[in-house]
Every structure is written in structure tokens, then in C-alpha cells.
Design a protein around this ligand. Structure first.
Ligand code: HPA
Length: 238
């Protein structure tokens, strides 16, 4: 396939940076472009899945929505990696905590992603139920967080295919059988695509809710943890 792709409209490869940050929400991508980047150009509007390239401290970086769930991030990350020569994609999202040890607003680095999904098998015949991020990217992210003195917790992510489950409270079974610390819906597919296409991927999350303890949240706290995650991710600009 050539560019433009069915889902990304920009006609030149060089407009998208080698590093793309992917929040789930395309309006989040817009917010990041408007508030954190300079010299911004918008490279995608198809289906409202906004994508932007700009600079952060003079270094080039792109940000684009992934949508929710593995089929959605699967499509966008595949097209960015395969047809636009993107080298690294870092998902920047939110997750629910399965563990008492994690609090809302904690910043999480995915050490791997477990899933019941058939995505990796359908993509490439992979039979493992755990997909890995790039070790090199993860070390860079840990070093950046360390430098910025932002605490970051490494965790096993459950990439779930279903948000509203019949047995919603059965998450304990998955948590205990597979050692998952948090739940979201995208990382497993992103890591599988990166493995298949020989590219790099990582995932940074903020805890937006806890399945094991009550938490009262404020918009100021939400903003602070989002900004911490963004400061780390934006340092990956080249
Ligand atoms: N489940 C799935 N994905 C999520 C959750 C959740 O509880 N919280 C944030 N993303």
C-alpha cells in the first residue's frame, strides 16, 4: 500500500516525525499540540483522528489520536510504522489500577502487556499472550523520568478487549492468574505491531481510576499527573 492510506491523509512521508505520541482521544492530541508544541502543522483529519507535527524544545515530534481499543490503535500504528516510516510510537493513555499498591494519578511505564485478545495471533501468528515494549525505549523513558524527578512505576498491563464485562468484578481472576497491575485497551496491539514490523513501541499511562480502592479526584490533580506524563513523553522528541 502507498500513501495516503485509507485512514491518514497526508501525502508526504517527511511531515510525520520519526516519533509519534498517541493518546487515545484525538482531542487530547489537539490539546497537546496547542499547549506543548511549537510550529504545529496538522497532518490528519480523517474520521476526526487528529494528527499534528510540531517541535518541543526545537526537536521534532508528532502526536495523533489512536482511538479506543486494539482494532483502532492497530490500524493507526500499522499505517504510521509501515507507510510513513515512523520508527517509534509511544502510547500516552490512562488505565485502571488492579493493585492496592497503585493510586490514581500514578504514572506507569508498561513493562509488558498481557491480553486475551487474538490480535497478535491474527496479525502474525504469534501465540504468546504477552507482548513486549522496546527495552531501549523503556530505558530512555526511565532515565528521563529519573532526570525530571517524576516517580514512574513499572507495571504489567492488561490490554482488555471489553470495557463493560458481564463479570466486571472478575478482574481479580485475570489479575491473579497473569500478574496484571493495571487495565487499559491498547498496548498489546501496539507492541505486537512493533514486533511484526521491526519498530519500537512503549506505553506510558496515568492511573485514572482504581478497581480496588475508592478515590476522590480533583481536576487539578488530574492535570498535574497528565502534565507529568507529557513532560516525560515529550523528551523523546528528536
Ligand atoms: N478498563 C479499561 N480501560 C481503562 C480503564 C478500565 O477500567 N480505565 C482506564 N482505561
Amino acid at each position: 500500500m502507498s500513501i495516503p492510506t485509507p485512514h491518514i491523509e497526508v501525502k508526504e512521508k517527511g511531515i510525520i516525525a520519526k516519533t509519534v505520541l498517541m493518546p487515545g482521544d484525538p482531542l487530547r492530541a489537539k490539546f497537546i499540540a496547542e499547549n506543548f508544541l511549537e510550529d504545529v502543522t496538522q497532518f490528519n483529519r480523517v474520521r476526526g483522528m487528529n494528527g499534528y507535527t510540531g517541535t518541543y524544545m526545537g526537536r521534532k515530534i508528532s502526536v495523533m489520536g489512536s482511538g479506543m481499543g486494539m482494532p483502532s490503535i492497530g490500524i493507526y500504528s500499522y499505517e504510521l510504522f509501515s507507510f510513513y516510516d515512523v520508527e517509534q510510537i509511544v502510547r500516552i493513555g490512562s488505565c485502571g489500577a488492579y493493585s492496592q499498591a497503585l493510586d490514581v494519578y500514578d504514572v506507569i511505564l508498561a513493562k509488558d502487556a498481557w491480553s486475551e485478545s487474538s490480535f497478535a495471533h491474527t496479525l502474525a501468528g504469534y501465540t504468546e499472550d504477552v507482548m513486549l515494549p522496546s527495552a531501549a525505549l523503556n530505558s530512555r523513558i526511565e532515565a528521563i523520568a529519573n532526570n525530571l524527578e517524576i516517580p514512574i512505576h513499572t507495571a504489567r498491563v492488561h490490554s482488555s478487549d471489553v470495557f463493560y464485562r458481564k463479570h466486571f468484578h472478575d478482574f481479580e481472576t485475570i489479575r491473579d492468574a497473569h500478574g496484571c497491575d493495571v487495565v487499559e485497551m491498547e498496548s498489546f496491539a501496539l507492541f505486537a505491531n512493533a514486533r511484526f514490523l521491526n519498530k519500537q513501541a512503549a506505553c506510558i499511562l496515568t492511573v485514572s481510576d482504581s478497581l480496588v480502592k475508592d478515590a476522590v479526584t480533583t481536576s487539578a490533580e488530574r492535570e498535574k499527573s497528565f502534565t507529568s506524563m507529557m513532560k516525560i513523553a515529550l523528551e523523546l522528541a528528536e
